[in-house]
Ligand binder design. Structure first.
Ligand code: GLA
Length: 420
């Protein structure tokens, strides 16, 4: 049931306490370039980065044409590449040799020609995006590629979207051609649908492409219009706590939630749950299957909470933002049924600390069934809070949580060559 607790990802500590400190992007780029040289015997010619994301509120709304309020985080996938070396499978202009710092066995494939099911799951994302880029006319040479990441895997912080988007940005650098940013996010989303079998919405890839430093993105997933909502109050920190559990038995739950939403929308005669209101739901209360009623109630309420939270954030109405975050969590737990005991424990612990002003709000983030919580916390309480959550969570669950704070980060970028 439980993953082994992750260790820290190493590197220098941040000024404030957290037991999973970040390493800066330039340091990570340096590490990737060094590893590339060790594995391939020459320097990489191109480097690209893409961040993970955390969603402040607006969960399981993206595939219902609704609203989300995510931000990119200071955790990245970095990829380095050069044209294939003599011992590569070069010559046909399509071969890729892929190393990951986390995995010893390299993967090799010919873009578009190989059966992707033969590849390790992590390599399928890269393969899928490369096929998509080629379809968009990005004609790449044979490549040697090295990947490293500081986005926790399986933690609900979009490590897979970061890998997809980093791949697309790398290919833009390699080919010198640019994709339209929204088309790029969609291409990455399509790769996840087709090559990883997850019918995800657009939030993760969109945020990894379009994230901006200091800003939350209020994204209308129907029109793809964004409104930037600044999150720059120096007294407020975004704290991410990883339950360090991932409940594997729930693989099909995401797709099931999505089809339940579609069934609820059909039953109410609307194109998607975005078009339903609580009034619509009341009209169908007697005829809608109870489980569909609960799913729809979550999505309709969550859309309202998300736009309201964006307004309150913009006005600095923190107490209301907190109330909306807790309401979102309760709805995900009770109506959408995607939380789990460990996430509930973390949110309850945070809420207990709220009474003395340390925590503004807290909720599960991402798909659910494990992964992380996101909390808005007061900076001057942070050290004490982190220490007490760590010991209480360990006492209650037997698991060591990992935690870090992050500012809203810039989206994907091509990186300069690090100085050797
Ligand atoms: C996963 C998906 C997203 C979104 C969230 C839930 O992260 O990839 O598209 O649906 O779950 O909000």
């Amino acid at each position: 049931m439980k993953d082994v607790p992750r260790g820290t990802c190493g590197g220098r500590s941040e000024a404030h306490s957290a037991n999973d400190p970040a390493i800066a992007l330039d340091e990570l780029a340096h590490r990737v370039a060094g590893e590339f040289r060790r594995r391939f015997g020459r320097s990489p010619q191109w480097l690209a980065a893409a961040p993970g994301r955390v969603n402040l509120i607006g969960e399981h709304t993206d595939y219902n044409d609704g609203f989300v309020l995510p931000m990119a985080i200071e955790r990245y996938v970095v990829m380095a590449a050069s044209p294939a070396g003599e011992d590569g499978m070069g010559g046909d202009g399509k071969s890729v040799r892929l190393h990951s710092s986390a995995v010893h066995e390299p993967e090799r494939f010919r873009v578009g020609d190989d059966d992707f099911r033969q590849l390790a799951p992590w390599a399928r994302y890269v393969y899928g995006v490369m096929v998509g880029c080629r379809e968009q006319g990005l004609d790449m040479p044979a490549l040697d590629v090295l990947i490293d990441s500081t986005v926790p895997l399986g933690g609900g912080l979009s490590s897979s979207a970061a890998l997809e988007v980093a791949t697309a940005t790398l290919l833009e650098a390699v080919t010198g051609q640019r994709l339209d940013p929204i088309a790029k996010a969609r291409l990455c989303q399509k790769a996840e649908h087709q090559y990883a079998g997850v019918p995800c919405g657009i939030m993760d890839q969109f945020t990894s492409v379009l994230g901006q430093a200091g800003q939350l993105l209020l994204l209308d997933c129907r029109s793809t219009q964004i409104r930037m909502v600044p999150l720059t109050d120096p007294e407020v920190e975004v704290l991410i706590v990883n339950t360090n559990v991932k409940h594997e038995l729930t693989g099909g739950e995401y797709a099931q939630r999505r089809s339940q939403c579609e069934a609820a929308a059909r039953a109410m005669g609307v194109a998607s749950l975005r078009d339903a209101t609580l009034d619509t739901l009341r009209q169908y209360a007697a005829t809608l299957e109870p489980v569909l009623h609960r799913r729809a109630r979550h999505v309709i309420g969550e859309n309202d909470r998300t736009t309201a939270a964006a307004e309150c954030l913009a006005r600095g109405q923190w107490a209301e933002v907190g109330r909306l975050m807790y309401a979102s969590h309760a709805s995900l737990r009770d109506d959408y049924e995607v939380s789990c005991e460990e996430l509930d424990v973390l949110v309850e612990l945070a809420q207990q600390h709220g009474s003395d002003g340390a925590v503004i709000g807290s909720r599960m983030t991402g798909g659910g069934f494990g992964g992380c919580t996101v909390s808005l916390v007061r900076k001057d309480h942070l050290d004490r809070l982190v220490a007490s959550i760590a010991s209480d969570y360990l006492r209650l669950t037997g698991i060591v949580p990992t935690m870090f704070t992050t500012r809203p980060a810039q989206g994907t970028q091509v990186l300069p060559q690090p100085v050797e």
